[in-house]
Design a protein around this ligand. Structure first.
Ligand SMILES: [Zn+2]
Length: 344
């Protein structure tokens, strides 16, 4: 197990997020990664690797160039017109309005590049999401170079909601998709992504939806009742060449281990049938019973079982942290997953 972590993540520290009609403290904040870092140290994982810098090329394989340019310059643009607080979108192109026009004003641009209002951008955001993507690529690279069967990165913010050209759900660059594409470009003919975050990984699904070389499997909370609502339903099976290569296994809120395990087994069965050369796991610890943003009822020991079940597939695997907001338990939950993945 090789673990990648950038301690520069704390610069993405926004003042608040819009939730339930109020400006609340950000659930996705630096204490998440700090808690995990501390847990690793306390549990004898002495060596955490600093990510290498692979540049933007692997990022641009899954994200649109104009979107990356926007993320890179948004904060300067926002400040240049005298805005004081963090960046939030104000207006979207609704049905019947023109999406293809290119607004020059930042508010107009935000309606094109953001898909929700719950994801603030602040001064350090771009630098931190760039580092997060580099950590994800570093895990993929370590696995493809056969340095390790399993690599893990716990950068923040998460990535699996990020679309090819839009951010949302705290996510800006789709770390898992970038890692999966990097594996494809560096020797793996077939790659699978298993997403076990509480929320559906709409961005990862969208990025690979038309492709047969990357299988995407999600086990998540039913989007009829849960974010991201507009993707993640069971009838989304892929399109064109990708038909049959997208698997959504939604579960109701309140799901405990008794119902989760058979569904996880179904997901693992799809992976076995696909027989990928490499695997990316989007691991969200927000399936934990006390998570403030997730409503499944998994306990810490269940993450050991999830990790061990994935390890049994014996596929070279890059695991990337997505959500998980119960800070007091986050370190233990991540260690449990790592111990499971490391099980023989
Ligand atoms: Zn989540």
């Amino acid at each position: 197990m090789k673990i990648f972590y950038s301690d520069k993540h704390a610069a993405h520290d926004c003042a608040g997020e819009i939730k339930d009609g109020e400006l609340k403290p950000c659930f996705e904040n630096p204490s998440r990664a700090d808690a995990i870092d501390q847990a690793f140290k306390q549990n004898g994982f002495d060596t955490l690797y600093t990510p290498s810098d692979f540049g933007l090329e692997p990022v641009l394989k899954v994200h649109d160039a104009d979107y990356i340019e926007f993320l890179h310059t948004a904060w300067q643009e926002w400040q240049a017109i005298g805005r004081k607080g963090d960046i939030f979108p104000l207006v979207w192109p609704g049905a019947g309005m023109r999406r293809e026009v290119q607004p020059e004003n930042i508010d107009g641009k935000l309606g094109i590049y953001a898909f929700d209002s719950g994801t603030p951008i602040c001064a350090g955001t771009w630098g931190v999401v760039y580092q997060g993507a580099q950590a994800a690529i570093s895990t993929a690279d370590a696995v493809m170079r056969k340095q390790t069967q399993h690599a893990f990165s716990f950068s923040r913010p998460p990535g699996h909601h990020a679309m090819p050209g839009q951010y949302g759900g705290y996510c800006f660059l789709n770390n898992a998709a970038i890692a999966a594409q990097y594996m494809r470009d560096n020797g793996a003919k077939k790659v699978a992504v298993l997403d076990v975050d509480y929320h559906h990984g709409n961005g990862t699904q969208a990025i690979f939806y038309n492709r047969a070389d990357v299988l995407v499997v999600n086990v998540h909370s039913d989007p009829k009742h849960e974010y991201p609502y507009y993707l993640g339903h069971a009838d989304e099976v892929g399109d064109g060449a990708g038909n049959g290569f997208n698997v959504n296994l939604p579960l109701p809120k309140g799901t405990g281990w008794d119902k989760y395990l058979p569904t996880l087994n179904k997901a693992l069965h799809s992976l076995e049938q696909f027989a990928p050369d490499a695997l990316v796991v989007s691991f969200g610890a927000d399936t934990y019973k006390d998570d403030p943003l997730g409503f499944f009822k998994l306990d810490t020991n269940h993450f050991i079982e999830i990790g061990a079940a994935i390890a049994k597939l014996e596929i070279p695997t890059a695991t990337i942290l997505e959500g998980g907001y119960a800070i007091e338990a986050l370190g233990d939950n991540v260690i449990a997953m790592i111990n499971g993945l490391s099980a023989k």
